[in-house]
Design a protein around this ligand. Sequence first.
Ligand code: GLY
Length: 372
Amino acid sequence: MEQAWVEEVYQKILAKEAKVARRSQGKIPYTTKNGVFDDKSGKEICWWTNGFWGGMLWQLYHATRDELYKEMAIENERKLDANLMNHQGMDHDSGFKWLPTSVAHYKMDGNAESRNRALLAADNLAGRFNPVGQFIRAWNNWDGNEDGSFAGRAIIDCMMNLPLLYWASEELHDPRYRQIAMMHADTARKNFIREDGSSKHIIEFNAKTGEYLYSVGGQGYEHGSSWTRGQAWAIYGFALSYRHTGKDRFLETAKKVADYFISCIPESGLIPVDFRQPESPAYEDSTAAAIAACGFLEIAHHTGEEKYKEAALTLLKTLADKRCNWDENIDNLLEKCTAAYHDKEHEFSIIYGDYYFIEAIWKLMDKELFIW
Ligand code: GLY
């Protein structure tokens, strides 16, 4: 019964994406305007989400072997070279950009250029490590003015970028990348995860001394709140650090945040932007549901505990029934995604929502190209 449901959703995705991809050639989408994908190629090539479309194409290629997907994924990957040559545009999101593009490509056919790109990105990511505070610096100053004011900032999202470092260590038989990833993960475990299992979003450290200064609400509602996508990054990210290191403390942390997340899932199964947002305005974020589902499935894979698979299915079924747009003339899949609580716009489509929904369904179908 459950597998029949998964198979049905899988087939619907394949049918829709075959049409969407054909009419989206040459683009790197982030969102849709009136149902049509926008394009972040060109001026916005350094935008942090520019690897997810490539990742979707690789997952589709892996499942179907339709060459068009591969050609389009390679085009996305090549366009990112402009980012690789732009220091200001290189931040902690190298994992999100080069794992679903270059590492995916390398895993599919051993492409040497892809390996080279991913290793350059890994070197840059490792270079963001602050050895005194033992954290990876998240962003560069938005305006390019390097006055050091962003040098002490670390964010929970970075847990998802660590697999690029684990990959580089294996590829080069060099433990440094993995050591950096583990030190960052330990810092995150100790400083981001609260007693109740929720995660902070942003922490400001003193970049010179490594001292913890304060946390801020970031993309969630406020200081002390619980931004749901951040919880999801923590769940999946710590579970992945367990996969790559075998260290139980990372799995325990993933489970702690997962248990907290599960205890907060509303009756509707629809995920808010922040579990501690006010009743009004109450915004939704479908991306948090899709990412958390992938994290729950990763934990279930390692522990065999049914409750995590059940939680993933609850979220995915809710998304499939209520938040997937199955109209093949509309480019996006997920609806009601939100980047940040205090942004002007809420509840639109975002490409990584589509990516993680597809990845979760691919996991359940045993069709996934594992790229993290
Ligand atoms: N990593 C940025 C975000 O999740 O919005």
